[in-house]
Design a binder for this molecule. Structure first.
Ligand code: AMP
Ligand code: GLY
Length: 423
C-alpha cells in the first residue's frame, strides 16, 4: 500500500494500516521521520502525480490512500485509475466539493441541505455593492478556491468585509480568488463529521472537535487546526443522525445526480445551531488533526473498510469504537500560522508515556540524525484515557516533556469537554 502525504494525519493513517491483520507492506510518499519507523518512505512529493503513479506501477502497489486535498483536486485518482491502479479517494470532479466553495454551495443548495444563504461574485464592484446594501453584520467572505485555510474571513463590520473583498480580488490568491462567496454568518458549535462512502452507502465515524484559531479561547488567526478531541459529549445522537440524513446523504445523492459520484472519505464541517445542524463546508479527505484522535480509538480494521469501499460493499458494516477518549495537542513552530521556522532541534521524545501517541507532522532529520522542526505544525501529541480528564492530562504531560525553541501550543484543548464530563 502507498499513503500519499507527510503530515500527522498520514502518520496516523500509516499506523492504523500497519496494525491491520492483513499485514500490508507499507510505503509513504513523501512521509516523514515518524512514518519512517513503520513504513518505507519514498522521496516523491504529494503533488507529483506522475511520479507517484510510476512508483505505484513499478512497485505493484495494490491500494493508494491519499492524505492531502491538493492531489485529489488535481486528479490523482484519474491518473492512477487510467493506469489500472486502485485509489481510496474521490475523482477530480467529486473533489471539487473541496476545491471550489461556490461549487460546494451550489451542491448544498440544490440538495436542499441546511447551510448559510450565499451569493457568489466574480467582480469586486458587485460584491462591494452587495455589502453596502446590507445592514447586518457579521458576514462571511470566502474565496472560491483553496487557500490553505486563509481564504475565509468572518467580518464583524462593513469595513472589515470590504477589506476582505478587496484582498480576495487583489490577485494574491491567484486563480483561487477569481470568484468569491459572501454568506450569512451562523452561530453555533462546530464539529467535524467523517464518513467512508462509495457514493451510495455511508460508514460514519464518530464526530470530532477541531480547534482552528492559533491561541487559547479561540483568539488569533485561523490555522490548519491546533488540537482536537473525540468523542464529543455535547453532540446529541439525534443531532448526529440529522447530520447524516439531512446533510451528508442528500449531498451524496446530488453528487451522483450531476455525474460526480463521490467515493472515499467525505468530511463535513458542520455548525450545530439552535435550529439544528447546518453545513459549513466539505472536504474531500481525512481532517488533520481530527484523524489523529479518531484512528487510535477505532476498533475496526481501517484497511478492511477501505477495501470494502472500493468493492462497493459497505452495507451492513459498522465501525467499532473503543470507549476511550482521545485528546490531541498540536505543537507548532515559531511564527505559525503566518510563517514557520525549520531546523530547530526537538528533544523529549525518547520515552513515550503509556496512553500517548506522538504523530510527526513537520519534522526532519538533521545531518547528524537528530530530529528537527520542518514547518508550521510540527508534532501532534495524542493522549488517550478512560475519561477526557485522563486523556487530556496524559497529552499535556507528554507535551511538557517536549522542547524546541519557539514552540507554541494551545493550553485549552478539550477544556470544555473536561468541564462537561460527568464522572
Ligand atoms: P470553511 O473553510 O468554509 O470551513 O471556513 C473556515 C472557518 O470559518 C469555519 O471553520 C468556521 O469557523 C468559519 N465559518 C465559515 N463559514 C461560516 C459561517 N457561515 N458562519 C460562521 N462561521 C463560519
Ligand atoms: N482540521 C481541519 C481540516 O482538516 O481541514
Amino acid at each position: 500500500m502507498l499513503v500519499v502525504g507527510g503530515g500527522g494525519r498520514e502518520h496516523a493513517l500509516v499506523e492504523a494500516l500497519a496494525g491491520s491483520p492483513r499485514e500490508p507492506e507499507l510505503f509513504a510518499a513523501p512521509g516523514n521521520p515518524g512514518i519512517a519507523g513503520i513504513a518505507t518512505t519514498v522521496d516523491i512529493p504529494a503533488d507529483d502525480l506522475i511520479g507517484l503513479r510510476d512508483f505505484a506501477l513499478e512497485n505493484q502497489i495494490d491500494m493508494t490512500v491519499v492524505g492531502p486535498e491538493a492531489p485529489l483536486v488535481g486528479g490523482i485518482s484519474e491518473c492512477f485509475w487510467e493506469a489500472g491502479l486502485k485509489v481510496f479517494g474521490p475523482s477530480r470532479p467529486a473533489a471539487r466539493i473541496e476545491g471550489s466553495k461556490v461549487f460546494a454551495k451550489e451542491v448544498m443548495r440544490n440538495a436542499g441541505v441546511p447551510t448559510a444563504p450565499f451569493t457568489a461574485f466574480d467582480r469586486q464592484e458587485a460584491a462591494l455593492a452587495h455589502l453596502r446594501a446590507r445592514s447586518e453584520y457579521p458576514v462571511v467572505v470566502k474565496i472560491d478556491g483553496s487557500a490553505a485555510g486563509k481564504g475565509v474571513t468572518v467580518a464583524r463590520s462593513q469595513d472589515e468585509a470590504e477589506e476582505a473583498v478587496r484582498e480576495a480580488f487583489s490577485g494574491r490568491f491567484g486563480a483561487a480568488g477569481e470568484r468569491i462567496l459572501i454568506e450569512e454568518h451562523i452561530e453555533g458549535r462546530e464539529a467535524s463529521v467523517f464518513v467512508i462512502t462509495d457514493g451510495v452507502d455511508i460508514l460514519p465515524f464518530l464526530p470530532a472537535q477541531d480547534y482552528k484559531p492559533i491561541y487559547d479561547d479561540d483568539r488569533g488567526p485561523n490555522t490548519g487546526g491546533m488540537g482536537a478531541y473525540s468523542p464529543i459529549g455535547w453532540m446529541e445522537p439525534q443531532t448526529y443522525a440529522a447530520v447524516l440524513e439531512e446533510i451528508i446523504r442528500p449531498v451524496l445523492r446530488q453528487m451522483s445526480l450531476i455525474g460526480a459520484t463521490y467515493s472515499g472519505l467525505l468530511y463535513a464541517g458542520v455548525m450545530v445551531t439552535d435550529e439544528g445542524p447546518k453545513a459549513l463546508e466539505f472536504n474531500c479527505r481525512f481532517g488533520d488533526p481530527e484523524t489523529q484522535v479518531l484512528l487510535p480509538r477505532m476498533g475496526t480494521d481501517l484497511l478492511e473498510l477501505i477495501l470494502a469501499c472500493g468493492e462497493e460493499n459497505l452495507v451492513g458494516r459498522e465501525i467499532a469504537w473503543s470507549a476511550e477518549k482521545a485528546v490531541c495537542v498540536v505543537i507548532a513552530s515559531e511564527g505559525y500560522p503566518e510563517t514557520s521556522s525549520s531546523g530547530d532541534e526537538i528533544s523529549g521524545l525518547d520515552e513515550i508515556p503509556p496512553g500517548v501517541y506522538i504523530y510527526h507532522a513537520a519534522t526532519q532529520l538533521g545531518v547528524d540524525g537528530n530530529l528537527q522542526t520542518a514547518g508550521g505544525r510540527v508534532l501532534n501529541v495524542v493522549g488517550t484515557g478512560v475519561s477526557v480528564i485522563e486523556a487530556r492530562a496524559r497529552a499535556y504531560a507528554a507535551v511538557e516533556r517536549i522542547h524546541f525553541p519557539g514552540m507554541q501550543y494551545r493550553t485549552d484543548i478539550a477544556l470544555e469537554a473536561m468541564e462537561l464530563e460527568d464522572i
